[in-house]
Design a protein around this ligand. Structure first.
Ligand code: FAD
Ligand code: NAP
Length: 317
């Protein structure tokens, strides 16, 4: 916890504490703004749920996700950002100063950066939780290289599933795509690539019904939705690629969201509400990487600092 005790008004409140939130915290507090970061129920964000991160620049031997995120938190606190482990339950962006309410406090600020990320959709199986980080993954770009020579199962039929399956053929011995329909919704060009890839086999009209193994995933059970027949697939890894849900329910009616619930940006990192900015997976469903989220956090912080300076200069004039 930062030495600074929480105050009620801040120049900027950052909602969310993944790579986007903490990076925005480093930049805004280093720019001498008063900064509050509200961490949410997953302090450190999605990387707290993984082991080794091999693709974050600056760590040639890799770094554990939780260690990377603790480092980012300390870096933001070093420059004076106040970090509170609480969840925002309500926001009022209708007038400035903006109001941000958590379970235990109410704060206000001149600017807000929304960094609440997105959560991978889950299959909802008990065994999925049990094998999380032990063969069950939600990100091929992140974890693919850990599955060299393995039989791999991918679930889903959209662009992500098809793209991830194609990517995973670089590492896996075989890749099976389990999809609950008999057609894909992925773009035609990506479908063609996957359908013509000899390493990829499609298991149509099937859903994953269970995951079994000893210390890690060993087999994946699938159920045919037409016949009800269950089949056991040998698998060292299961990649769940059935979409993401942006964490934006509290912003409905406050800022513009697209039809999937992601925040839409107007200009650089600005939302449609002047003074409210967004960064990371909460608006970016294309890249979804720690380094891109951190990059967006930096951009939002610079935009906030410039916007506040302009506003304050205008008031003085
Ligand atoms: P997130 O990390 O999603 O953080 C969102 C934050 O918002 C959380 O702190 C949450 O508590 C907070 N929040 C949500 N709602 C509220 C609220 N109401 N009030 C306050 N706070 C709130 N990427 C890589 O580059 N390399 C990898 O190796 C890698 N491995 C991954 C492994 C796994 C298992 C997963 C799930 C993802 C992985 N990723 C990896 C992707 C990467 O983690 C994300 O792209 C990145 O974390 C997105 O950062 P973010 O800051 O936008 O949001
Ligand atoms: P998506 O398009 O929503 O597809 C989700 C897939 O998962 C669908 O096949 C869906 O099947 C299936 N699914 C959903 N819930 C399921 C469940 N509980 N059990 C089993 N299957 C389930 O998600 P996405 O593929 O992640 O793509 C998200 C967005 O990003 C899209 O707009 C996509 O075009 C874009 N994207 C683009 C690229 C690219 O251009 N390179 C790459 C990746 C993603 P149903 O059809 O039956 O619902």
């Amino acid at each position: 916890m930062a030495e600074n005790s929480p105050q009620k008004h801040y120049d900027v409140i950052i909602i969310g504490s993944g790579p986007a939130g903490y990076t925005a915290g480093v930049y805004t507090s280093r720019a001498k703004l008063s900064v509050l970061v509200v961490t949410g129920t997953l302090p450190g964000g999605q990387l707290m749920t993984t082991s080794e991160v091999e693709n974050y620049p600056g760590f040639p031997s890799g770094i554990f996700g939780p260690e990377l995120m603790m480092n980012m938190r300390q870096q933001a606190e070093r420059f004076g950002a106040v970090v509170v482990d609480d969840e925002v339950t309500q926001v009022d962006f209708k007038k400035r100063p903006f109001k941000v309410t958590t379970h235990s406090e109410s704060y206000d600020s001149d600017a807000v950066i929304v960094c609440t990320g997105a959560s991978p959709r889950k299959l909802g199986l008990k065994s999925e939780q049990q094998f999380g980080g032990r063969g069950v993954s939600y990100c091929a770009t992140c974890d693919g290289p850990f599955f060299k020579g393995e039989d791999i199962v991918v679930v889903g039929g959209g662009d992500t599933a098809v793209e991830e399956a194609t990517f995973l053929t670089k590492f896996g011995k075989s890749v099976k795509v389990v999809h609950r329909r008999d057609t894909l919704s992925a773009s035609k060009i990506m479908q063609e690539k996957a359908l013509n890839n000899p390493k990829i086999e499609f298991v149509w009209n099937n859903v994953v019904s269970d995951i079994k193994g000893d210390k890690k995933v060993g087999t994946v059970l699938v159920k045919d939705l037409k016949s009800g027949k269950e089949t056991t697939l040998k698998a060292g890894g299961l990649f769940v690629a059935i979409g993401h849900e942006p964490n934006t329910s509290i912003f409905k009616g406050q800022i513009d969201l697209d039809d999937k619930g992601y925040i839409t940006l107007k200009e650089h990192t600005r939302t449609n509400v002047e003074g409210v900015f967004a960064a990371g997976d909460v608006h970016d469903h294309r890249y979804r990487q720690a380094v891109t989220a951190a990059g967006f956090g930096c951009m939002a912080a610079i935009d906030v600092e410039r916007w506040l300076s302009e506003k304050r200069a205008n008031v003085r004039r």
